[in-house]
Design a binder for this molecule. Structure first.
Ligand SMILES: Cc1cc2nc3c(=O)[nH]c(=O)nc-3n(C[C@H](O)[C@H](O)[C@H](O)COP(=O)(O)OP(=O)(O)OC[C@H]3O[C@@H](n4cnc5c(N)ncnc54)[C@H](O)[C@@H]3O)c2cc1C
Length: 495
C-alpha cells in the first residue's frame, strides 16, 4: 500500500486524507496544531463559542452540484443547516437596505426604495443571477486531467458568461454605484466593499448570491471535526502537535518529511495542504520554483487579513428582528474607528443567536469583524505593549458603537476576545494572515505540482482551492489525479 503524507489538517488536508483512504492509500496527516480545521475553526470562552470561519457554505443545499462532495465526506447528512434570507443588511444614516439572496425579492425591495433606479436595479440583479449560474455549474473531473476535448468543453461552458466577465471583470465599484440616481442605493453599493481593499464591482454579485448556501449548526470547528471523524473511520491516521519543518527530497522526488525536533518520516508521496509560501520557500527551501511561481509570490496581492472581536452576552438576541435573518449587518459608523493606523468607516456584525449550540440558553454570541492589512499588525506586534493596547482600543471602540444598537450591552458582557491577523498566523501559519489565499484567484493560476519535483502535490487555498468548499474540492481533485497517474479507478463512497 503506497504511503501518503499530508501536511496540514485544514479542510483541504482532511479531504485529501478521506479520498486517499477511499482509494486504498496509507494516509498520514501531520498537523502542527492540536485540532483539525485550520482556518475553519472556533474557540470557547466562558461557555460561548467564538467562530471565525463559515458565514455561508457552498453545497449545503441538495440542489448544489457541490453537495455531493460533502456527502462523500460524510459531513452534511446529519447536520441541521440554517439559511438566511438576507446576505447583507446595510444600515447607513438611519436607512436600511436589505440585500436579499433571492434576486426577485431583492429587485422588489430595491425598487421600493428607489423606483427611479429600476433599470440599474435590474442590471444588478442580473449580475447576481449570473453568479448563481456560475456557482451551479456541474463539477468536472480534476482540471489537471483535462484533455483537449475537456478543455474545449470547459471553454464552451463559459461562453454564456463571456459578456458578464468582459463587462464587469474590471469595472470599478464607484462606476457601478454612480449608475444609481438614488443616494441611499449608491451608498449601499459602496458600503458592501467599503471595509475591504477591493475596488472592483465584481465581488458584489458573489457576495449576495448566497441563497442555498447555509450555515451548518455547530459552526466551523464542529464541521471540520465531522470530516476528521470520517477520516478516522476510514482508517486514516492523524498526528497532532506535529509541525513539519522540511519536505525530504531525494533525486527530485519527495520521499518524506522532517518534523520540528528532527524526526524524519518516510513516504511514497507528500501532499502539502499547508500555507503556500511556507511550503515552497521554507519546507522546500525555494528549490523547486520557476519564474511564474516566483513572480506570483513577489507581486500578487494576497486576500486581506482580518480582525475579529467576539462577544458573549448574557442577553437573548435570537429573536431581535434588526439583527436576524441576515448573514451580516454592515453599519456605517458616524465616527470612523481607527485600527492599527487604518480608518474603518463600516463595521460588520454577526449575531449567532440562531444557533443554540453557540451559547448557554438565553445568551448570545456576537462577532464584529474588520478587514485589515497584515503589515500594519506585523509592525504593531514588534512592541508587545502597543499591540495589547491596540487590541484594548478596538474592544472599547466596538462596545462604544454597539451600545447604540444594544442598550446596556456593557453590563451583559460575560466574555470578550480580540483575535488579530497575528492570531490567524499563529493558528494556521497562513502567509500574511490571508484567509482566502490570493486576492484574485481568477487571475492567479498556480499549479498543484512544482517544477521538477516528483511525488509531491499542493492543495488548498493557495492553489485555487478557495473557501471551505474549494479547499475540499482541491483535496478530492488531487487524489483523483494521483489515482489516474497510478492507473487506478478513482473511487468515492458516500459515508
Ligand atoms: C474570518 C473568515 C471567514 C471565512 N468565511 C468563509 C465562508 O463564509 N465560506 C467559506 O467557504 N470559506 C470561508 N473562509 C475561508 C476558508 O476558511 C479557507 O479558505 C479554507 O478553510 C482554507 O482551507 P485550507 O485547508 O486550504 O487551509 P488552512 O485552513 O490554512 O489549513 C492549513 C493547515 O495546515 C496546518 N499547517 C500549516 N503549516 C504546517 C506545518 N508546517 N506543519 C504541519 N501543519 C501545518 C495549519 O495549522 C492548518 O491546519 C473564511 C475564513 C476566515 C478566517
Amino acid at each position: 500500500m503506497k504511503k501518503i503524507i499530508i501536511i496540514g489538517a485544514g479542510i483541504a488536508g482532511l479531504s485529501a486524507g478521506c479520498y486517499a483512504k477511499m482509494n486504498g492509500y496509507d494516509a498520514h496527516i501531520f498537523e502542527m496544531h492540536n485540532l483539525p480545521g485550520g482556518l475553519c475553526t472556533a474557540w470557547k470562552r466562558n461557555g460561548y463559542t467564538f467562530d471565525v470561519c463559515i458565514h455561508w457554505l457552498e453545497g449545503t443545499s441538495p440542489n448544489s452540484p457541490f453537495h455531493r462532495i460533502w456527502q462523500e465526506l460524510g459531513v452534511i447528512q446529519d447536520k441541521k443547516i440554517h439559511y438566511k434570507d438576507i446576505s447583507v443588511r446595510l444600515i447607513s444614516n438611519g436607512q436600511t437596505v436589505n440585500f436579499y439572496c433571492d434576486p426577485d425579492k431583492l429587485a422588489k425591495h430595491l425598487k421600493e426604495i428607489a423606483p427611479e433606479d429600476s433599470e440599474t436595479i435590474e442590471e444588478l440583479v442580473n449580475t447576481i443571477r449570473k453568479a448563481y449560474k456560475l456557482f451551479n455549474m456541474p463539477l468536472t473531473k480534476a482540471k489537471e486531467l483535462f484533455g483537449v476535448i475537456d478543455k474545449l468543453k470547459n471553454i464552451i461552458s463559459f461562453i454564456p458568461f463571456m459578456k458578464f466577465f468582459i463587462k464587469y471583470g474590471r469595472m470599478n465599484i464607484d462606476d457601478f454605484a454612480a449608475k444609481f440616481k438614488n443616494p441611499i442605493l449608491q451608498q449601499a453599493i459602496l458600503g458592501l466593499m467599503a471595509d475591504t481593499e477591493f475596488t472592483q464591482f465584481f465581488g458584489v454579485p458573489f457576495m449576495i448570491a448566497t441563497q442555498g448556501c447555509g450555515f451548518p449548526e455547530g459552526g466551523s470547528l464542529n464541521f471540520a471535526k465531522s470530516i476528521e471523524q470520517s477520516y478516522l473511520k476510514l482508517g486514516g491516521k492523524i498526528h497532532y502537535n506535529s509541525k513539519i519543518e522540511k519536505i525530504l527530497v531525494n533525486n527530485n522526488e519527495a520521499v518524506g518529511v522532517r518534523l520540528e525536533g528532527g524526526k524524519d518520516v518516510k513516504a511514497d508521496m507528500v501532499i502539502s495542504a499547508a500555507d503556500g509560501y511556507s511550503t515552497i520557500f521554507k519546507m522546500l527551501d525555494g528549490k523547486f520554483i520557476n519564474n511564474k511561481i516566483k513572480n506570483c509570490y513577489e507581486t500578487q496581492p494576497t486576500f486581506p487579513t482580518y480582525l475579529q472581536v467576539s462577544i458573549g452576552l448574557d442577553m437573548d438576541l435570537s429573536s431581535n428582528s434588526n439583527l436576524n435573518n441576515s448573514i451580516y449587518n454592515f453599519y456605517k459608523l458616524d465616527k470612523p474607528i481607527e485600527i492599527a493606523g487604518k480608518e474603518h468607516s463600516f463595521l460588520s456584525l454577526k449575531n449567532y443567536g440562531f444557533d443554540p449550540t453557540f451559547s448557554p440558553k438565553g445568551k448570545t454570541t456576537l462577532v464584529v469583524g474588520f478587514s485589515c492589512k497584515f503589515e500594519d499588525w506585523e509592525y504593531l506586534s514588534q512592541d508587545r505593549e502597543k499591540y495589547q493596547q491596540e487590541k484594548k482600543k478596538v474592544e472599547r471602540a466596538v462596545i462604544s458603537f454597539l451600545k447604540k444598537i444594544i442598550p446596556r450591552i456593557e453590563e451583559k458582557i460575560e466574555a470578550i476576545d480580540v483575535a488579530t491577523p497575528l492570531t490567524i498566523v499563529r493558528y494556521t501559519g497562513n502567509w500574511k494572515g490571508s484567509y482566502m489565499g490570493w486576492a484574485n484567484p481568477f487571475s492567479v493560476k498556480v499549479s498543484k505540482t512544482l517544477p521538477k519535483l516528483k511525488n509531491f502535490f499542493m492543495i488548498g487555498q493557495w492553489v485555487g482551492g478557495t473557501g471551505v468548499s474549494g479547499a475540499a474540492q482541491s483535496g478530492r481533485d488531487c487524489l483523483e489525479y494521483i489515482c489516474v497517474k497510478h492507473k487506478k479507478k478513482f473511487i468515492t463512497t458516500t459515508l
